[in-house]
Each structure stands twice: as C-alpha cells, then as structure tokens.
Design a protein around this ligand. Structure first.
Ligand code: HEM
Length: 474
C-alpha cells in the first residue's frame, strides 16, 4: 500500500476494456486498439491485469531504456509452482535469471552457432512438398501446415528427433499431448485467474498428466543422447542438434547439466521456436496470396518474390545455400515486414526491476513490473508511415529509423537466442515454396480484408485457408 512517490507521476490507465475484450475472445488488433485508446496518448502507463500491476511501455525510446539494462537489473518475473508457466516451462531460458540463465544462455549461444544448417530445413521442405502435393488445389489451413513444418524442424533442431508430422495428415500422439498442454498454458483465463490451476478439475488433472507424459518423452531423448555422445567422435564441420551440442559443451566446461534442466531448456526451445515461426510464415503466405500479381501501388508481392528466388536459384530447384539466401533481399524485406505487422509475441514477458530505472522523464521504482508492448511500437506512426499497410519495400529504403522501432525478437541481453536460425529457416521455406508453387486466397474467406487473429498475446490467425497450385513456368 505504501507506494513510492515516483510511481504516482506515471500516467495510469484502466485495463478493464482490455480484459473485457480478452475474456470475450476478441481479435488481438481490437485489443491493441483498446490499449492505445486507454493509454490516452502516453507511451507509458501503469495498469493492472488480473493479479498483476505493471508499467506498460509503448515506444521504442522507452523500450530501449529497459531492454539495454543488464539482465540482473531488469530480470524476468519468475513464476512459482502452480502457475502454468512454471509448471510447463520450468526454469528454462525464457523465465530463468542470474547465474542459471547465464550458464545455459552461453551453452545455447554456442550450440546455435553449430546448429543444423539450411540443408536440414530444406530437407524438411521436401517433406512439406509431399504434404502440399497431397492437398493440392484444396483450401489448406496455412497455420496448421506451418505448425507441422516448424514442429518437424524443431524436433530435428532441438534434439535430433523426427516426428513424421508431414508424412500424413494425421497428428502424432505426442504432438496431441503437447497441443493440449499449450492450450492450457496460453489461455488468458489462466493468466488472469491463476487460482484456476489449483482447482481439482478434470482439465487440470489431464493437464498435469499430459506434462508427465511429455516429460517422459523428453527425458528418454536426453538419456539416449547422453549415452550416444559418449561413443561418437566429434568432427569440426558437423552440424548437430542443440541438445547434443549442449551436452558436449557442458562436459568440456565441467558444467553439471542435469536432466531436469536440459528438459526445461528443450521445452523452452520447442515452445519458443515453432508457434512464433508458424505465425510469421502464415502472415507471409497470407500477404503473398492477398497481393499476388496486382500491379497497383507496387503490390505484386508474390510474383516479384518468385522472380528473385528464380534469379538466385535458377530454374532447377535446389536447397538454397547460406550464400544464396543472403542474395534474396526482397524475400528478407517480406519476412521483416511480416514480423513488423504481426510480431508473434506481441508483448514480451514481464520484467521485475531490481533497482529504480529511468524511463524517459519517469523513474520506475524497484520491484515494479514492466511490460513491453511490441505491437504498439510496430504500429507507431512516429516510426512507420501508414503502419497498417503491409509494405515490404519500407525495408528496402535507406530510411533511418529508431533501432528499437523493429524488435520482433526483442533486443539486449535477453533477446531471442533463436533469431538467426528463425530467419534462415523462414528464408529457406519461403524461397523453396515460391519456386515450386503459387497460392491464392479462396473466393470465400473470413480473412479477405485482413488476417483475423485470436485474442491471445501470442498471435495466432483464425482459419486462414490458402489454395496451392503447381507453379507454371513462364
Ligand atoms: C519468428 C520466430 C521467432 C520470434 C518472433 C521470436 C521472438 C522472441 C522474443 C520476442 C523473445 C523475447 C521474449 C521475452 O523477453 O519475453 C524471444 C526469446 C527467446 N526465443 Fe525466440 N523467437 C522466434 C524464434 C525462436 C526460435 C526458432 C527459437 C529456438 C529454437 C527461439 C528461442 C527463444 C528462447 C530460448 C528465448 C529466451 C531467450 C533468453 O531469455 O535468453 N525463438 N524470442
């Protein structure tokens, strides 16, 4: 109750309309419009959602003030057992702090450097071709399709495991288990009313049983890898999965990497790595379908992108090399624009300040929670002309912008550890699909004007169907 005086200077905003829209499952853009309105022109405000009061940051300048602070000054809010985030993510990279975070972040940074290459992603795209071929000329759910693809890639990247998710239209049992867990973890109700998790309901029982089953699946993989690496010599140019790298590195550096901690890291990679990439790829496929060839306002995006790919790869489709990917400037601009218009994690996790921090003219006192809203930064007309328009060309101009005006991967010491991999992965998938197929929106679609999104802060599109056809050579 005893509030330090600095906090009284920070503008206040009611979160009631935001909460009301979230509970009514309204689309995320409506929720974000309500946030902007309740902020009444301020780029910082104090509000309360459920049990959590926080200072909300809506501008690049203020985001920089927090994100560039050392990880110990503005650490992540750590959730306790009984909160779904802790119960599934544990103390993996996303929510850990201090020495534990530093140790595993260092291992992960090095592991990503030797992680699997465009070749592995390309091989999965060949499986995606077979999947697309089976569903050719039919409306397919692009988010579902990208989930299949990115989960398959994540399995190989994180722990060298093939789910076979693109091999048929069925869902492997362990993925059904995982999806059920995530439906609970991502529910806004669980965040706003965390006591729900403690109720003896059938859903809660199924949730904890499912975690146990998923854990067993990962524990088995960790133990198998442990024994595998003992017998395998290391070669320098080898691309290996993250788990193998982390096990080897921890041995070299005499770090005791226990199985539970490695399980937490694998779950964190898995969760952080595929919903995000599925979302940004879905955005890209959607906009390329929306703007296929119409030559108005420079919007012939799909044809222009395809021409660039064919120019770089030639007429025979091969898996692009890193060198070839670097030459695809327009593809890169498209992917950046998709990440701007729909940043998959539209707000990033709460920071709990260990010292007072100056944010613009305000001093945010110690122990206050801060939340950075990437969506608002990405839509701010201060940095982006006509922000609601999808326009990849804005990334090809030399226009100077605030360095924190585009931060879909966050920034500073707690930025996304998978950023380079995610960008490479999307370039490979998009370029190979452009080479092989064309795609359009079906005649009747709820997404005609814009992508309809679910209400959750981790963006997810609703029922976005596209029709793929084999590309005809010109
Ligand atoms: C388009 C794809 C991706 C986007 C937009 C994205 C975005 C982000 C963002 C915004 C953060 C900061 C979260 C926060 O502070 O709350 C983050 C952190 C993280 N991301 Fe990603 N990510 C993507 C892909 C990946 C991939 C492919 C992986 C791993 C395979 C990954 C693993 C992680 C991890 C482990 C963290 C926590 C890092 C730390 O705190 O040290 N991400 N990501």
């Amino acid at each position: 109750n005893k509030k330090p005086s600095e906090i009284d200077k920070i503008p206040r905003a009611s979160a009631l309309s935001t909460m009301w829209l979230m509970l009514r499952n309204r689309p995320q853009d409506e929720i974000q419009d309500a946030i902007r309105e309740s902020a009444k022109g301020h780029d910082i405000y104090l509000s309360k959602i459920g049990p959590i009061a926080s200072v909300n940051i809506l501008s690049a300048e203020y985001a920089k003030d927090i994100l560039t602070k050392s990880e110990d000054l503005a650490p992540k809010l750590e959730y306790e057992p009984g909160f779904v985030y802790y119960d599934f993510f544990g103390r993996g990279l996303i929510f850990s702090n201090g020495d534990l975070w530093r140790t595993y972040r260092k291992l992960a940074n090095t592991a990503f450097n030797s992680a699997l290459s465009p070749e592995m992603v390309g091989e999965t795209v060949l499986e995606l071709f077979s999947y697309t071929q089976r569903n050719l000329d039919l409306p397919i759910d692009i988010y579902e399709t990208m989930q299949r693809t990115t989960i398959e890639i994540l399995g190989k990247l994180a722990f060298g495991y093939k789910f076979g998710y693109l091999k048929s239209n069925k869902t492997p049992h362990i993925i059904t288990v995982y999806k059920f867990i995530m439906s609970i973890v991502k529910s806004p109700y669980r965040f706003i009313f965390p006591w729900i998790n403690k109720l003896p309901t059938a859903n809660n029982k199924k949730f904890y049983q499912s975690i146990e089953e998923f854990d067993k699946f990962i524990f088995d993989i960790v133990e198998t890898k442990r024994s595998e690496i003992k017998n395998k010599p290391i070669s320098d140019d080898e691309h290996v999965d993250l788990l193998t790298s982390m096990l080897r590195l921890s041995e070299q550096e005499k770090i005791h990497a226990d199985t539970k901690q490695l399980r937490d890291e694998m779950v964190n990679f898995f969760v952080a790595g595929h919903d995000t990439t599925s979302m940004s790829l879905s955005t890209t496929f959607y906009y390329l379908a929306k703007y296929p060839v119409i030559i108005t306002l420079n919007k012939e995006i799909q044809e222009r992108a395809r021409a660039e790919v064919i120019n770089v790869l030639g007429n025979e489709l091969t898996i692009p090399t890193s060198e070839q990917l670097k030459k695809m400037e327009y593809i890169n601009a498209i992917l950046k624009e998709s990440l701007r218009i729909y940043p998959p994690g539209s707000v990033i996790s709460l920071r709990s300040l260990k010292e007072p921090i100056k944010i613009g003219p305000y001093v945010v006192p110690k122990d206050v929670l801060c939340l950075i809203n990437l969506w608002q930064i990405h839509y701010d007309p201060k940095y982006w002309e006509n922000p609601k328009q999808y326009d990849p060309d804005r990334f090809l101009s030399n226009e100077k912008r605030h360095p924190f005006s585009w931060i879909p991967f966050s920034s500073g010491p707690r930025n996304c550890v998978g950023q380079n991999f995610a960008l490479m992965e999307q370039r490979v998938i998009l370029s190979m699909m452009l080479h092989k197929y064309s795609w359009t929106l079906p005649k009747y679609t709820i997404n005609k004007e814009k992508l309809i999104l679910e209400s959750q802060f981790f963006l997810k599109p609703v029922d976005v169907k596209l029709i793929f056809t084999k590309r005809t050579e010109k």
